[in-house]
Structures are given as C-alpha cells and as structure tokens.
Design a protein around this ligand. Sequence first.
Ligand code: ATP
Ligand code: MN
Length: 462
Amino acid sequence: MERTIIADIFDPKLIGNEVCVKGWVRTRRGNKQVQFVALNDGSTIKNIQIVFDMAKFNEEQLKPITTGAAICVEGRLVESMGKGQTAEIQADKLEIYGTADPEQYPLQKKGHTLEFLREKAHLRMRTNTFGAVFRVRSVLAYAIHKFFNERGFYYLNTPLITESDCEGAGAMFQVTTLPLKEIPKDENGEVNYSEDFFGKQTALTVSGQLEGELGATALGAIYTFGPTFRAENSNTPRHLAEFWMIEPEVAFNDITDNMNLAEDFIKYCIKFALDNARDDIQFLNDMYDKELIERLEGVISQEFVRLPYTEGVKILEASGKKFEFPVYWGADLQSEHERYLVEEHFKRPVILTDYPKEIKAFYMKQNEDGKTVRAMDVLFPKIGEIIGGSEREENYDKLLKRIEELNIPMKDMWWYLDTRRFGTVPHSGFGLGFERLILFVTGMTNIRDVIPFPRTPNNAEF
Ligand code: ATP
Ligand code: MN
C-alpha cells in the first residue's frame, strides 16, 4: 500500500480511506483495551495518533513500540474524538522497522535542554524543536532562491578555496596537502608553497563577494548562496566557524538601491516563512518566545530606519546608557550598541550607513568628506548586525590608492582591479548571514541551534 506522509494525512478528503503511514514513535500510552501511539515522520510538527484496538493486537506485538522506534502502520483514517487533533488512524497492520532500546535511546525522555541536545546533534533533529527549526531553515532557503529568481538575478557559485584574504573579513582556515610533520622549506626557512597542491598558499573563503563582483559586471545581477568560513576564535551565540551567506551583487545599483533591495529581501523571506512554515513558527512561539510572531509581523509592516553612522553615534552618546564598550566617533559598534538603537531607541530595524572608512573594507565607495564610506549595516532586534553591505568603489585610482594605503598585497588583486579597468560601473551588494536570519525567524538565541551541524572552536564531531 502506498505511503502517505503525515503532512498530507490531515486532508479532510482522506477521512474514511485506508492509509499507510511510516515514522518514528513519539509516545505510547493506553490500557489493556486500547493503546495510543503518537507517530511523527518529520514532514510536519504534527503527530498522527494511531489507535490500537487490543482485541486485534496483543501486548507482545506492541512491546517494541517505544519512543524512537520506527514503524509502519496501515489502517483506516477516521475523525478523531480526542482534543487537539482532527484525525487518527485505527490500526489494522503493524510492521516494526527498527526498535530503540528505552534504556539507551538518548531522547527517551521529553524536555531536554537545548544544551543537552547540542551534545546529541546526531539525533536532535528528531525532536519537535529541531524538526521545526530545520523545516523553517529549508523554507527560508527556498524563499531566498525564489526572491532572486523572481527579480532576474542569476545564482552564481563562487569558489570555496581561494588564494587570498583580500577582504580581511576574518581569520582564515588554511587548505594544504603539505605534510604537516615535514613541511618543505625554502632557503630562507619559509614554507615552500610551490610544493603545495595549488602551488600557492590557499584557504577557505570568508566571502564570495569579490568573485560576485566579477559576476555582477557580466550578468548584471547575481547572488551567491553558499558556505563561508571564518576561523574566529570567538565563542559567541552569533558566530560560527562555518556558516552560510547570501551575497547579492548588482551592477548599476547605488547605496539607496542596495538598501531598498536589502529591506525588500529580508521582509520577503520573513513573510514567506510566516506563510509557509506557520505551524513550526507557532510551535516555537508557544514553546520559547511568546513575542516571536508579533516581532516578525512588526518587522514586515514597518519601514526600516535609515541613519548615518555619525547620527547613530550621537544618539548612543546622548543615551546616558553605560555600555561595556565605549562609544565615540570612529568606534566599531558592538552588538550592545546596535541593539540599543534598534530595541530601545527606534524600536524597529535600522540601516546604518556611511561608516568611518577605517573600520570598513577597502572596496567600499569613498564619500566626498574623505572620512566615511558608503557602507550599510542592517541591524535587527535580538540579533544586531544581520546584513553588511556597501556601494563599491568603482574608480580605479581611488581603489588602488586605498589598497596601497592598507598595504594589501597587489599581486593578489590584479583580477579584481580588472573590473575597474574594463567597463567599470557603479555597483553595490551585501551579505546576509543565513543563520542570523534563521535565529530571527525561529526566535532561537544560540546560532549553534539553527545549523544542523555547528562548527565552533573545539567542536566538529558531527
Ligand atoms: P560581525 O561584526 O557580527 O562579526 P561581520 O561584520 O564580520 O559580522 P560581514 O563580514 O559583514 O560580518 O559578513 C556579512 C554577514 O555575515 C554579517 O552581517 C552576518 O550576518 C554574517 N556573519 C558574519 N560572520 C559570521 C559568523 N562568524 N557566523 C555567522 N554569521 C556571520
Ligand atoms: Mn559587517
């Protein structure tokens, strides 16, 4: 008999039909006359209740049905009398695929902490919470591709292994096939990279942006969506060593176009999740964060504040608030400052623009004042920075001057500079941290809980 996934089983048209479901047992309870099993197959947060009439089954047959066991049930789908569910299955046939010894199965009991489940990352997706989080993650990934495809963007895959850390966005993970026990050295005692796989020193990428600019100045509008690596040794609830980033880059867009794109994009994704992962978000709202849905709807319905960094710093200085890190013009804002502006001062998302050039990357377009660049960070409640972007410096001489001022090795940059030598155009783009978006949409508070297999210092087991 053909299997129906549980996400589809609550269709009222199916009532009265013979159905087959397969999944993992969440709970079993009951008495000598009747037993109830809550079954989940991962397709939805909802369980289907299976009713075993003990006139048709015996206790011995049902004994292996413990929490975590995998089973297949055939029976008739009927309207349910129980509260909180619309349909249930009266079992006729039972097949057991795999048992889960209650003495050993780590998820036997309910109500484990998120910290405990992090240690059981190989199984935690079977819980309601992580099932919900990772379904939301998948729905958001689809929303991202859909948004850009509807707007004529092309999906560009940029390399994960790169030769240069042009951006200085973060510490890099080196990629090498050199024997670590016997590293080849040259006459000066330096590592001899000509013997390495690529003949040069290479590392995992910290951003696809520079290659994305090559794509945008050819295809017009592109986006990347892939893994990004930063060897930051900071154990914060907002940083991973391996995370996913979405980086649109658009020829002929200025900073205002870029802000409009960022705002439309993030609102579209949040709305798409509310419309397409409602049950999961409702569950997370009820279990973890009673203001979640209200916050999500608030962000969609309000215009983001757009404010120059200089004005932002004035507000922070005038706030009278004692911050852990001091604020002054020129300081790189910390998440406590970002969250003050968003959560306490404006009470909605803020796009902060025109940062001091010293705290931003070399490629950002320089303003006339000689002090600031056309950067834009989108700041969100509970998160702080969720997007970082800018209009890019398209003037060859100005860009070159900045590269020299910052002592960025020129020989690594020739291909990037070619975009400014041949048919240079104004262009802009940004990077959205996928996990930070998922944090916001799910209401989770630790970034380790929104990626299936988190990579953080001392943690790469599974
Ligand atoms: P932060 O200041 O929060 O460390 P950043 O300024 O280094 O971030 P960018 O280089 O601007 O970040 O990267 C673009 C986006 O990627 C950020 O806005 C953020 O959403 C995300 N991001 C950056 N670093 C990480 C990380 N280590 N883990 C997860 N997401 C990250
Ligand atoms: Mn940034």
